[in-house]
Design a protein around this ligand. Structure first.
Ligand SMILES: [Zn+2]
Length: 187
């Protein structure tokens, strides 16, 4: 009985050995997953408080190491970078907090949006959440490797840029804040 089990075990081992690819092949696969065809950073765009925010997220392997949100958002109408202004046209009879309401102002289309104090930390929070989801997972529909594969499938094997990853992500994921409207320029 024991001997029979021993021989069955040997059979399993030799079966496994036949199934394993040669060492070189394994190494090559690991290398390409590790970074050859995956961008080192991603770029994203979020709609927060009615204006568009651009950010970049740098990775090391599967860790988010640096998150950078642009200082000024973009106009949702014409994609111009917005300026910070304070509304002082309401009148001196108003209490100062109301009179000095902060705004994002577009010099191109003459539109403006109210600006809240905590907006940047809000944007950072949302940017981090999405960036971690992409960078720090593998094999899920929103993971960097899966998004890159999807891009290559649709673009004759071309390597995706950080913006391309975000474009595929937005097309695959539902989210009211997810947008690509910051990427109006040539690339
Ligand atoms: Zn505008």
């Amino acid at each position: 009985m024991v001997i029979q089990e021993f021989y069955a075990g040997l059979k399993t081992i030799s079966f496994l050995q036949e199934r394993l690819p040669p060492f070189e092949e394994v190494k090559q696969t690991a290398d390409s997953i590790r970074g050859k065809s995956l961008p080192e950073s991603i770029e994203g765009c979020l709609l927060v408080d009615d204006v568009h925010w651009r950010f970049s997220a740098e990775r090391e392997e599967e860790s988010l190491v640096e998150l950078d949100v642009d200082q000024y958002p973009y106009c949702p109408n014409c994609h111009t970078e917005l300026e910070r202004t304070t509304d002082d046209l309401i009148g001196s009879s108003m209490i100062s907090e109301v009179r000095n309401r902060p705004f994002w102002d577009c010099v191109e289309c003459d539109d403006s949006w109210s600006r809240t104090k905590r907006i940047r930390s809000d944007v950072e929070k949302h940017a981090r959440k999405n960036a971690e989801k992409i960078i720090e997972t593998r094999g899920k529909p929103f993971s960097l490797d899966v998004l890159a594969d999807k891009y290559r499938e649709q673009n004759d094997g071309e390597t995706p840029s950080g913006k391309d990853i975000w474009r595929v992500y937005v097309s695959e994921q539902d989210g009211e804040r997810l947008t690509t409207n910051c990427f109006y320029d040539a690339d």
